[in-house]
Ligand binder design. Structure first.
Ligand code: B1M
Length: 210
């Protein structure tokens, strides 16, 4: 009988050997891969996100847990139907044009994937037209924009405006974040939400798509 709490704890503790053993045992017992993902790994990452928000876990640990989660997802992926992976939605994410910072954005990307989203990560220095192309091609329902420089924050506004002009605004929820970004700025540029950190971003993405 699979104990999902053990899987959650091993992920939060970043105990790769135990986690691998538990997942293999669960698969051996014919526990469905989607149950391992949802009740074990995603539930574990929810705890990581909460600890990050509370200042109980720090960036290197969160990155470590997210990377470990990614490894486990790779193992489970062939056993999951596409519908299971798609259930949370499709996120297009990138750091806006002119900005090369990607550490925080990568963390958001990983947390979104860990929360069950399919993520198309466009990298850094992403122009508005590139975001628009990716939203169209992937039929994305969430756009996540990152900016670390006060000088590139106006590019977030330009990106939102370009999406309005493209006619796609009603198709996507736009979330923004990055060290200099605030809720007030998100409101000002007409974004749908702001998240101060990666845990909050994946939580917000989940609630906003419901
Ligand atoms: Co740069 N840099 N940098 N830098 N850099 C800052 C941002 C700066 C604050 C440093 C400083 O002066 N104190 C400053 C900006 C000042 C300002 O605008 N007010 C600065 C500067 C000036 C510059 C250059 C202009 C320096 C120069 O060349 N003269 C230059 C600009 C290059 C460019 O982008 N065009 C530059 C370059 C670089 C490096 C390339 C050397 C490197 C980036 C490497 C990389 O990313 N691969 C770098 C770094 C590392 C930093 C600092 C030190 C660290 C940033 C970081 O990775 N933090 C940074 C100082 C600082 O922030 N303390 C600084 C860790 C990361 C996990 O946090 O990115 O905030 P963060 O992400 C968080 C949240 O913000 C949030 O979740 C993440 C996880 O919790 N979040 C989102 C982020 N994106 C989100 C998207 C969402 C939601 C939440 O969507 C929904």
């Amino acid at each position: 009988m699979t104990d999902f709490n053990e899987i959650k704890s091993a992920l939060v503790a970043m105990d790769e050997a135990t986690l691998t053993r538990l997942i293999n045992a669960a698969l051996g017992e014919k526990t469905p891969a989607e149950a391992i993902l949802n009740q074990g790994l995603i539930a574990g990452m929810d705890i990581v996100g909460e600890r990050m928000e509370n200042g109980e876990m720090f960036i290197p640990e969160v990155l470590g847990a997210a990377k470990l989660m990614g490894k486990c997802v790779e193992v489970l992926k062939p056993l999951l139907g596409e519908d299971d992976m798609d259930s949370a939605g499709h996120v297009v994410i990138g750091t806006v044009k002119g900005d090369l910072h990607d550490i925080g954005k990568n963390l958001v990307s990983m947390m979104m994937e860990s929360a069950g989203f399919i993520v198309t990560d466009l990298g850094v220095d992403v122009a508005p037209e590139t975001f628009i192309k990716a939203i169209n091609e992937n039929d994305a329902n969430i756009l996540a924009l990152s900016a670390l420089l006060t000088t590139t924050m106006p590019m977030m506004k330009q990106t939102v405006e370009a999406i309005v002009e493209s006619g796609l605004r009603d198709n996507v929820k736009i979330l923004v974040g990055g060290a200099p970004v605030t809720q007030a700025f998100a409101d000002e540029i007409g974004a749908d939400g702001f998240a101060p950190d990666a845990g909050a971003a994946s939580k917000l993405a989940k609630t906003i798509t419901v």
